[in-house]
Design a binder for this molecule. Structure first.
Ligand code: GLU
Length: 516
């Protein structure tokens, strides 16, 4: 397998989330694509925690990220937990490195100190609606370019707070080469002198920290969501300013995840409205206590989530849909990533889950069914593995989630407490109790409860008496299941056994009121 990309560098990618809340499903897709690309190319996958925005830090978010990636099988080679040769991998532990790099830019005249207070900035913004801190306005502001040197020194000595701004010169065409989008060119005039560092918390902003770390961690490809594309020209200029243009990573901006109807960007509200999670794991907001649902807790298998996400913005070049992680790795290539936004077709996510559940051995599904049974008040120790395996196997083709096993098979464990009124209306006439009484006699006389043998005898009896096959069998089913659904009738009775089956028919004779 190739270990290098076209430019001859070792492939090193990073997933660089900010711990500002639960990792969004779009972030998970970004992590996955980074991982697939790294593995496909024999490269390394870095997890870097970008926590320089202390105001937006949320406790628990970093653990959540680790847990979500581990659940999905997205392996990390270098990171806060894993360690590695280019650490620390948490930005708040790299302050010295950033300070040093800010100084490099200042010394080279590529950045400057700005002393404008938040109030002063608010005031200019109010006066000039389109105000931008840039080459056209900076000389009217209070910074180390506009103020005399001794004044700057006096401010520093007096402990005045400042920010460091990037000095962007107008008149440049800035080129971003994106491996999915091709060449994107923008004019440097539209960029503002971005803040790179704030003395108040002695921390860099996202832009500086991100570029410095990508450089020092030898990142070869920056694979991230499309929402970061607008930052890319600034990043290109920063690489140049540091003199690192030659080793600038390749940019790859992944398409947006769109609402299921394709109209606009996917949001948490779409999930709430349409009933699907937008987070990998359940999340309890530490401040409000609000709970957001997660794929894991909603009964999705990690393999299904990975498969579903992999196809939101990439295809294998043919119409293969079911691919496990190894297959995805073998097939992954940036050439087949799309530019166009990917509709978040959550129903398809359910289909993937359904398909993965079908592929699971019945015995394994049966194991996962036990806690569901207990939640429904069933003492599952009364049932052997073999029994549960058989029940699971009988109904699994109707389920999208393990939880659905209860809806499909609950009647095996509990006699009906009520009877579906529609089915009663259609299948339970005045004559039915009498026929059900006869059916009980027939069942009692059965030499065997084995499904096939029982079926042959009972159907024979129905035919001999000229009864209506559909009516009798459906009334039978209604009595045993409570509704006209479920697997093969005589498979059900074989599992329930004679006593339980007959008791249920008796109870129906007593309790079902024929529709009038
Ligand atoms: N910290 C940014 C985020 O939260 C990283 C963006 C990037 O990958 O450059 O997504």
């Amino acid at each position: 397998m190739a270990t290098q990309d076209n430019s001859g560098r070792q492939v090193r990618v990073r997933f660089a989330p900010s711990p500002t809340g639960p990792l969004h499903i779009g972030g998970v897709r970004t992590a996955l694509y980074n991982y697939l690309f790294a593995r496909r190319n024999g490269g390394k996958m870095i997890l870097r925690i970008e926590d320089t925005d202390s105001q937006r830090f949320v406790p628990g978010a970093e653990d959540y990220i680790n847990e979500a990636l581990a659940w999905l099988g997205i392996g990390i080679d270098e990171g806060v937990r894993e360690g590695g040769p280019y650490g620390p991998y948490k930005q708040s532990e790299r302050r010295d490195i950033y300070r040093e790099h800010v100084k490099l830019l200042l010394d080279a005249g590529k950045a400057y100190l700005a002393f404008d207070t938040p109030d002063e900035l608010a005031k200019v913004r109010a006066e000039k609606p389109n105000f931008q801190y840039d080459a056209s306005t900076r000389m009217q502001m209070r910074n180390s370019l506009s103020l005399p040197a001794d004044e700057v020194q006096r401010l520093l000595d007096s402990g005045a707070q400042y920010v460091v701004r990037f000095r962007i010169e107008p008149g440049r065409d800035v080129e971003v080469n994106d491996l999915i989008r091709g060449k994107v060119v923008i004019k440097s005039d539209i960029l503002d002198d971005k803040v790179l560092y704030k003395s108040a918390d002695d921390l860099p902003t996202y832009h500086l920290a991100n570029i410095v770390d990508d450089h020092l961690m030898l990142v070869s490809h920056v694979i991230r969501g499309e929402e970061w594309l607008p930052s890319a020209p600034l990043h290109v200029l920063l690489y140049e300013a540091f003199g690192w243009a030659d080793t600038m990573p390749e940019f790859v901006h992944l398409p947006l995840l769109l609402k299921p109807d394709g109209k606009g960007k996917l949001s948490k509200r779409d999930g709430d409205r349409l009933g699907f999670p937008v987070f990998p794991l359940l999340w309890t907001d530490p401040a409000s206590g609000n709970i957001s649902s997660g794929y894991r807790e909603s009964g999705y298998l990690p393999e299904a989530v990975v498969n579903f996400l992999a196809l939101l913005g990439w295809n294998p070049g043919d119409d293969t849909e079911i691919m496990d992680m190894d297959t995805l790795i073998a097939k992954f290539s940036l050439d087949h990533c799309s530019k166009a936004g990917a509709r978040f077709a959550f129903e398809k996510g359910k289909w993937f889950n359904h398909t993965y559940l079908q592929a699971m051995p019945d015995a394994e599904l049966a194991k996962m069914f036990r806690p569901v049974l207990r939640r429904h008040g069933v003492d599952d120790s009364l049932y052997t593995d073999a029994q549960l395996t058989r029940i699971t196997g009988m109904v699994k083709d109707r389920i999208n989630f393990v939880e659905d096993l209860w809806e499909q098979s609950g009647f095996f464990f509990e006699a009906p407490a009520e009877y579906d009124p529609k089915a009663v209306k259609k299948r339970w006439s005045e004559d039915t109790p009498r026929i059900m009484g006869e059916l009980i006699e027939q069942l009692r006389a059965l030499p065997s409860w084995e499904s096939k043998a029982a079926e042959e005898r009972i159907l024979g009896w129905i035919n001999e008496n000229g009864y209506h096959m559909g009516n009798v069998m459906n009334a039978f089913r209604l009595a045993v299941v409570g509704a006209c659904r479920g697997p093969h009738m005589f498979d059900i009775t074989e599992i329930l056994g004679a006593d339980e089956t007959i008791a249920r028919i008796n109870s129906a004779i007593e309790n079902v009121k024929p529709a009038v």
